[in-house]
Each structure stands twice: as C-alpha cells, then as structure tokens.
Write a protein that binds this ligand. Structure first.
Ligand SMILES: [Zn+2]
Ligand SMILES: [Zn+2]
Length: 309
C-alpha cells in the first residue's frame, strides 16, 4: 500500500516558470488527498498523469490566494468531467464564503461539496480504518491550519508455522491478529509476540504552511516520517519573515530537529531567491536530511516492519 507525496507546486505567492504556487497530493490509506490548491494545480495534475476525479478530499490551509486560486478551476473541471460523488473540503471557516462565491457566479455543481471545519473539540478532521488526519493551528496573518496524516496500526500477521504448531482456528486467528495472547487446551499462555510477525510502522506526513516559527509545533509533529515546513525566506531576511508571519529555512530546520522527524521537506520559496538551493543549504546546516522540493518531486515512505524491542 503506497504512502506517496507528489509536489504539484512549490512556490510562494508569485509563480515562476519552474514553480507553481503551493499544492501537494498525498496518496495514502488508498485515497488521494489534495493539500492546498494554488493556481495551476489542475495543470500540474495533467502534466503528472494524475486523474483529478480520483480526489475525494481537499484540505486547504488558509484563504491566501497562493493556496486557493486553483480551487475554482478544479471545481469547474470536476463538474465538466461529470462527477456525481461528493467532494469533501476541509479548511478555515472562510472557505464556506469562498465556495458560496463560486456557486453564485459559476454554479451549480453536479456533485455535493461537503465542508468540514477544524475545531478544538475534534481530535481528527478525517478518519478511516486506515488513516487519520488532525488539523494543527498555525500562526499566520489569516486563520491557518497544518495537517497531520498518520496511518492506523494494521492488523498483525500470524506466523504461518505457528498455526500448525498450536492448531489455531479462525476465532483464534482473529484475536491473535488483534494482539491477544493464546491459551492452549492445557491452559498454557503463548505470548502474542511468539505468534506474530513484528507490526508494521504507522507512516506519517505533516504539512505546515504558512506559519511563523513556532517551537510549540514540535510536539504535534514529533517523529513523523516526512515533515513539510514552509521556508519562504532565508535567515538573512529573518525580519521580513517575522513581519509577514512566515519562516526562514533555518527555522524550518530548527523545528525538524526539535521534533526529531525522519525527513524535512522545505518549499513555498519566495521568488526573490533566484536559486532556492541556498535555502536548502541553510536548512541542511541544522538538519541534514532536508530536501528543498520542486514541482514534480515524489517522496515515498516505504512500509516497514518495526524491529522487535
Ligand atoms: Zn502562502
Ligand atoms: Zn499565507
């Protein structure tokens, strides 16, 4: 089962010939999640062979143009493609007004739009048997959320040889896959660990854009496999980052280090930097396993078994 992130746009407010504004696509839990939808998102999907009809969930971080200007075009295309199944939208309250504006001038759509807003009372904004998503409030000029995607624990695999050794039946297998121990006819307890293969890791991706540097976020994204953190500015423009409530590449790396993540991805680069590799270098000085993302990049997290303790 794949856990794969495709970068559809890696620029900040101004698109360049190489970089479109922000949009990511995560394929996880057998679903496609579009995260932000900057101008040109649907064009990138065409270029990268992604069928927009396969997307059922769109998560918007905030209502700044570089994160939502692509949504109108995408909604219109989905309607023209004859979509009938509902589309789920998640994001700040203002998203409702934004969609109403679309409906007033360009609607109606032949499918339902279901809008969900993050709230302090909801632990997850989305949950299936394979995956959960939580919203993380960010510090920005508009109400803004990051999103944390985490796989659920998969059922354990029973060691084939043990089925014969203990004569395990269907009911036994069901409880062992859930993690329970096995009791033999003579009353001996066989620990679950002896009956099963090590569990699979729960893969995770955290998306943090746009935000001021906030060390408090480290606890929320602790140990994730992939962390995307915006890095609009270089540390030489730290003042500008603070004024506009954005982060520097060094700050993104500081957060990755503090959170002990496995890999850091940075993007949302200001077009003022002709060569954004300086931002990647700046982050790498603090957190080595960093990649500055480009449109079209794909990052996969392999499914691995956790080694026994
Ligand atoms: Zn932005
Ligand atoms: Zn913004």
């Amino acid at each position: 089962m794949s856990f794969e992130l495709t970068i559809l746009g890696s620029s900040a407010a101004l698109p360049t010939s190489q970089r479109f504004p922000t949009a990511h696509l995560l394929h996880a839990g057998e679903r496609f999640f579009l995260i932000d939808c900057g101008e040109g998102t649907q064009i990138r999907m065409r270029q990268y062979g992604i069928n927009p009809s396969r997307i059922h969930h769109i998560l918007i971080s905030h209502l700044h143009g570089d994160h939502v200007f692509g949504l109108f075009g995408l909604l219109s295309t989905l309607g023209m493609l004859g979509r009938r199944v509902p589309l789920n939208l998640y994001g700040p309250q203002a998203l409702e007004e934004y969609v109403e504006f679309y409906m007033r001038f360009f609607g109606p759509l032949p499918f339902d739009l279901v809008i969900e807003f993050p709230s302090e009372h909801k632990e997850f904004i989305f949950e299936s048997d394979k995956l959960s998503i939580s919203a993380i409030p960010l510090r920005h000029r508009a109400p803004s959320f990051g999103y944390l995607f985490r796989e659920k624990q998969k059922p354990l695999n029973v060691r084939k040889e043990q089925i014969d050794v203990y004569g395990l039946g269907i009911a036994d297998l069901v409880s062992i896959k859930r993690g329970e121990d096995f009791r033999t006819a003579s009353g001996t307890i066989v620990p679950n660990k002896e009956l099963t293969l090590p569990p699979f890791s729960q893969r995770s991706y955290a998306y943090l854009s746009d935000t001021s540097y906030d060390p408090g976020l480290a606890e929320r994204v602790k140990g994730v496999d992939l962390l995307f953190h915006e890095a609009t500015f270089s540390k030489i423009d730290k003042k500008l980052a603070a004024q506009t409530q954005h982060s520097t590449a060094a700050e993104a790396a500081d957060l990755a280090k503090l959170a002990g993540v496995k890999k850091l991805l940075i993007g949302h680069f200001s077009s003022r930097y002709k060569d954004p590799s300086i931002l990647e270098d700046e982050a790498k000085e603090i957190f080595k396993n960093t990649s500055g993302v480009k449109d079209g990049d794909i990052y996969s997290v392999p499914l691995e078994r956790l080694s026994g303790e």
